[in-house]
Design a protein. Structure first.
Length: 391
């Protein structure tokens, strides 16, 4: 994959300086297997003069297509893949929180994306675009709406709502349930099953990218993480590979697994070991691994949760998950965990879908999980205090 800066009309190819997107390392030169710089220069010249009329834009290399786009203004960097020519795909991202905005914003660079969300955030995106700062620096311009358009015919629907909103989201998305492939990138367990009750084809996924909501129309990509996809319901391998390639088009590296249930449990253990502790201690992820007291709690929570995951049939290893948890914390050191962001705004958290899932499974298997149970109770108490104060 090759990376180049977006080209303005007054620039020539020789003015381009390659940069990396979504945390990819910059490259030293640009190379395209099918075109030479002289040919590309000629193509630019002809396009400027308005002589070239392209009947089928799918046959033109990405370089020609995407420098002409008005869907995204890339201020610092964007991704270019000359080796694979991908047609523009219609996607709908339901849930314009930090993570949904991140995936929707990046995907809108190459594809036709509608981002569904609420209130001021959607209004700001409509007016000024979506600003992503940090590890990725762009202003994206996806379509933004508060409701699913009646004429929407997406090939993929990416669900990124809070776990407690999944059932309500599927009521709004019911008309798309038979035709589209649904992808969940949500926290916790149970989301894929909820979606599969309405949608026929479902991909379950996890992501460890750290994204913080800055304000209406703005998010910060605070940390780079792994994204993993797997078949959940009536999905072919070709569907998984296709969605993985859509992410790769915009610099999001993803892998495909044949055991997505183990991956979901692994992500749950990592989440349970970081999110509640960061939220209650009110610290960014990086502080957790630098504070010996917090680190000790993380390791104990991880140990308890791993035992439960094994009892549930997940093929997990305690030491590997401990290492993975610390690695995620280091890679997203500047990120404020989603549960911390929720408590900051006096919003409901996803503690029930994360730590609550572990506590309930532990009860079924009669496994003691005192630290997880304690964290669960403390976060629920914070939520109750917010509700009482606003009543």
């Amino acid at each position: 994959m090759k990376n180049v800066k977006r080209v303005r009309r007054d620039e020539s190819p020789s003015d381009i300086s390659p940069r990396g997107l979504a945390g990819q390392a910059p490259i030293s030169s640009f190379s395209c297997p099918s075109f030479s710089w002289p040919l590309l220069s000629s193509l630019f010249s002809v396009m400027r003069q308005g002589v070239l009329k392209v009947a089928n834009r799918q046959k033109i290399v990405h370089f020609a297509i995407y420098i002409k786009t008005t869907r995204c203004e890339t201020h610092s960097e964007t991704v270019l893949d000359c080796a694979r020519i991908t047609r523009i795909v219609e996607l709908l991202v339901f849930g314009a929180g930090a993570m949904g905005s991140f995936f929707g914003g990046l995907l809108s660079q190459r594809h036709d994306v509608t981002l569904i969300g609420r209130g001021e955030h959607i209004s700001a995106i409509k007016s000024h675009g979506l600003r992503i700062s940090g590890k990725t620096a762009i202003i994206a311009k996806p379509r933004a709406a508060t409701r699913v358009p009646q004429n929407a015919k997406p090939e993929f629907v990416v669900v990124t709502t809070k776990s407690y909103d999944t059932a309500n989201a599927m009521i709004a998305l019911r008309p798309l349930g038979e035709r589209a492939i649904f992808v969940t990138l949500q926290n916790g367990l149970g989301n894929a099953d909820t979606i599969a009750r309405t949608a026929r084809r479902v991909i379950a996924g996890t992501t460890a990218h750290g994204v913080t909501f800055v304000g209406p129309g703005e998010i910060r990509h605070a940390g780079i993480g792994e994204t993993v996809l797997g078949a959940w319901s009536h999905v072919r391998e070709a569907d998984l590979v296709r969605f993985r390639n859509l992410l790769a088009d915009v610099g999001i590296v993803a892998s495909v697994t044949s055991d997505i249930r183990t991956e979901l449990w692994s992500k749950l253990v990592v989440n349970a070991a970081l999110n509640p502790i960061a939220a209650l201690a009110e610290v960014p992820n990086g502080r957790i691994v630098r504070d010996k007291r917090l680190l000790g709690i993380v390791e104990s929570v991880c140990r308890e949760a791993t035992a439960v995951a094994k009892a549930e049939g997940a093929k997990v290893d305690e030491e590997e998950l401990r290492h993975r948890t610390l690695l995620v914390a280091k890679r997203t050191a500047a990120n404020r965990a989603s549960m911390l962001q929720d408590l900051d705004r006096h919003h409901r958290t996803e503690i029930d879908a994360i730590t609550g899932s572990i506590v309930r499974a532990a009860e079924r298997h009669r496994i003691p999980v005192p630290l997880n149970a304690g964290l669960y109770a403390l976060v629920r108490a914070r939520e109750a205090a917010f509700r009482a104060a606003s009543a």
